[in-house]
Design a protein around this ligand. Structure first.
Ligand SMILES: [Zn+2]
Ligand SMILES: [Zn+2]
Length: 233
């Protein structure tokens, strides 16, 4: 929880004043008796009122309550605020709040409003059953690999849109100059585009394949001319 606390604090200090007021409002609304701290009853009541029922959990409260005085002080409430807004998940198998690394089903993550998250212990011990079809083993990725997967997928989609645009331009040329020679050249262009699309598809597939193949994937992306690096100052 210390790590979450640190991150929450960093974000808070970077917030503009009007957003800091929102955080204060969150705290004062939860702290119904105005004591400056929120006890378990206030915590549960407030979260349920706000529709965050899954966070209204006694074990989660205990984890937030680092100094164990059975009440959440400002920093502890700030950690709660950050946990909710950043969508920190609970393990679907054991119900524990996941403070650091998790594994998530890629298909659920992309298509479902409530993806299957597992803590590393439940994932490692295979203490779950989950499938998207009789013979299908869903792919789970950890949070870092998932981030990379999303990044590469976005780049791949961008590349594909670019290729499709050039493909439609090529079709337009065929229509305009409808001669046998232009048809031949268009079929060559189309075949080049198809092979390039296949290459992009291979990159996407590589991401699916395994989180451990990411270094190789990066090399292939560079070869495709994707990812001429962003810089940070
Ligand atoms: Zn678990
Ligand atoms: Zn799934």
């Amino acid at each position: 929880m210390d790590n979450l606390r640190k991150i929450a604090n960093i974000y808070y200090h970077a917030l503009p004043e009007e957003d800091k007021l929102k955080v204060s409002h969150f705290m004062t609304t939860m702290d119904k008796d105005g004591s400056g701290k929120a006890d378990l009853v206030e915590f549960k009541q407030y979260l349920k009122e706000q529709g965050y029922d899954n966070y209204a959990d006694s074990d989660f409260f205990k984890k937030l309550d680092i100094n164990r005085d059975k009440r959440l002080d400002t920093m502890e409430m700030l950690t709660l605020y950050y946990s909710i807004l950043s969508g920190r998940p609970f393990c679907r198998r054991c119900g524990d709040f996941i403070m650091a690394e998790y594994f998530v089903c890629v298909e659920c993550f992309e298509k479902c409003s409530a993806p299957i998250y597992l803590c590393s212990r439940c994932y490692k011990d295979r203490k779950y059953r989950h499938s998207h079809g009789i013979n299908e083993t869903p792919l789970f990725l950890d949070n870092y690999a998932m981030l990379e997967y999303n990044r590469v997928s976005a780049l791949t989609k961008k590349k594909r849109r670019k290729l499709q645009k050039s493909e439609s331009k090529a079709s337009f040329t065929i229509t305009t100059f409808s001669t046998s020679s232009s048809l031949v050249s268009s079929s060559k262009a189309s075949s080049n585009i198809t092979s390039e699309l296949k290459e992009v598809g291979a990159v996407a597939f590589k991401t699916f394949e395994t989180a451990l193949g990411l270094a190789n994937l990066k090399l292939r992306l560079t070869a495709l001319g994707i990812g001429a690096g962003c810089t940070i100052m």
